[in-house]
Design a protein around this ligand. Structure first.
Ligand code: HEC
Length: 183
């Protein structure tokens, strides 16, 4: 019993730590002009050490946006009927007022999504885990493989370019689920 309480406490503290990471900033726009150039349709991106294709940019209230990438192997072989296969890696950047905060990622292992985050300058995909705070919010997107933006992968592939969506809600609030699926 006591042991369970200790484990739950650790999970809560870890969750709070990772959530707070979202607010930290690491890179300013002037340092990283190349990866912030949002007008350019992005192609393959390699600055996190793994080849990634961007499929969506979500603009939210204020000078705040997120860019979401899928590993290149899954992206080029993607078939929307089957959802995302084991080994899929989704990476999400967060930019606010020209500064980048922690990079979040989720990867599918044995049918389950595991979570992780790192500072943009130190990519680290080595220890994804079941983080309760991530999984509980992503539960809302159950119908799209626990992934809010899944419908946009097929759309980006079809159009041959990163999708851009406007969503006028505060940064950490999910948009309407229909908005992620809209054409
Ligand atoms: C309060 C809800 C919430 C929490 C908590 C949350 N996310 Fe998300 N996540 C979202 C929303 C909403 C999106 C879609 C982008 C947007 O609208 O900002 C998203 C998108 C993502 C994506 C892109 C793939 C997708 O689902 O569309 C990744 C990767 C991701 N989150 C990782 C994480 C990780 C890792 C954590 C925990 C450290 C986490 N998220 C915690 C709501 C949440």
């Amino acid at each position: 019993m006591k042991r369970n309480i200790v484990i739950v406490s650790i999970v809560i503290v870890l969750g709070a730590f990772l959530t707070s990471c979202d607010e930290d900033t690491y890179v300013s726009a002037s340092d990283e002009e190349n990866i912030l150039d949002e007008q350019e349709p992005l192609g393959l991106v390699t600055n996190y050490g793994v080849p990634l294709y961007p499929y969506l940019k979500v603009n939210k209230t204020g000078d705040y946006f997120r860019r979401i990438f899928l590993d290149s192997i899954t992206y080029v072989n993607y078939e929307s009927e089957n959802g995302l296969p084991d080994g899929s890696l989704i990476v999400m950047e967060t930019w606010s007022n020209g500064s980048q905060s922690s990079v979040f990622y989720r990867t599918k292992v044995n049918g389950e999504w595991l979570n992780g985050s790192f500072a943009p300058s130190s990519p680290d995909f080595s220890a994804p885990s079941e983080i309760v705070s991530c999984n509980s919010c992503h539960m809302t997107a159950e119908n799209t493989d626990y992934t809010y933006t899944l419908p946009r992968i097929a759309m980006a592939l079809e159009n041959g370019a990163m999708e851009i969506m406007e969503c006028d809600v505060p940064p950490l609030t999910p948009c309407d689920l229909e908005a992620y699926a809209a054409n």
